[in-house]
Design a protein around this ligand. Structure first.
Ligand SMILES: Cc1cc2nc3c(=O)[nH]c(=O)nc-3n(C[C@H](O)[C@H](O)[C@H](O)COP(=O)(O)O)c2cc1C
Length: 201
């Protein structure tokens, strides 16, 4: 089963996995097709139903559609490297988590983990809609914290760029274009990170 408008990459899996997972990848060029507010809210809805420690749902998302001030404000917080391509996206998010428990007496050590689960749901929903997601650690989190009025007990962890698959890699600079056109994706093999017994290195 292949997804609409997906530029195909080779994903050498060791076992068969669901096409929504296998066919996902992170482009830096996107189709010019717009993403609607309803589509953004559909993605947020998928994230909303992610599991989280004690159902605390520590995720907080600032979202902006291309051509709006919020989009530009998120863009202005990105590191220079990411500004080099993320303006190709139709939607940008700044993704934050609440660092403490709702009782405010303890740190929520699983908050970043749970933001990751939120984003994982978002990835799968997006893939089913033919929308690609490219996350970024490269965001000035102090600037974003101030820009969007997050209190001190929140941390802006990542940004994310969204757009339909099918962009034109020719718009990227040479290095990024090469990366975009690489056919094969790679991962560590299972025996490097999964052990049926003691940790081995
Ligand atoms: C939390 C996180 C942070 C990332 N930060 C950046 C980033 O700042 N800039 C960038 O170009 N890609 C970034 N990436 C994309 C990764 O490099 C990419 O997911 C990885 O190389 C695997 O490629 P794939 O997603 O196409 O399978 C990030 C991905 C994640 C999940």
């Amino acid at each position: 089963m292949s997804q609409p408008n997906t530029t195909e990459k080779e994903t050498p899996t060791q076992f068969d996995i669901h096409p929504l997972i296998k066919e996902r990848w992170s482009p830096r060029s996107f189709s010019e097709k717009a993403i609607s507010e309803k589509e953004v809210k559909t993605l947020l809805e998928a994230g909303r139903w992610a599991p989280s420690s004690s159902n605390m749902q520590p995720w907080n998302i600032i979202w902006g559609i291309k051509g709006t001030q919020t989009y530009d404000r998120i863009f202005s917080c990105l590191h220079e490297f990411n500004q080099g391509w993320a303006g190709n996206a139709q939607v940008l998010w700044a993704c934050a988590f609440r660092k403490d428990m709702p009782t405010q007496d303890k740190e929520n050590f699983h908050a970043l983990h749970d933001l990751g689960l939120f984003m994982s749901n978002v990835y799968t929903q997006a893939q089913s809609m033919g929308i690609a997601v490219h996350q970024m650690a490269g965001i000035d989190f102090n600037k974003a914290q101030k820009e969007f009025n997050f209190p001190d007990n929140y941390h802006v962890a990542t940004a994310a760029a969204f757009g339909y698959y099918g962009g034109d890699p020719a718009i990227l600079d040479e290095d990024l274009k090469k990366e975009e056109l690489k056919k094969e994706r790679s991962r560590k093999s299972q025996d490097e990170f999964a052990f049926n017994g003691n940790f081995q290195k």
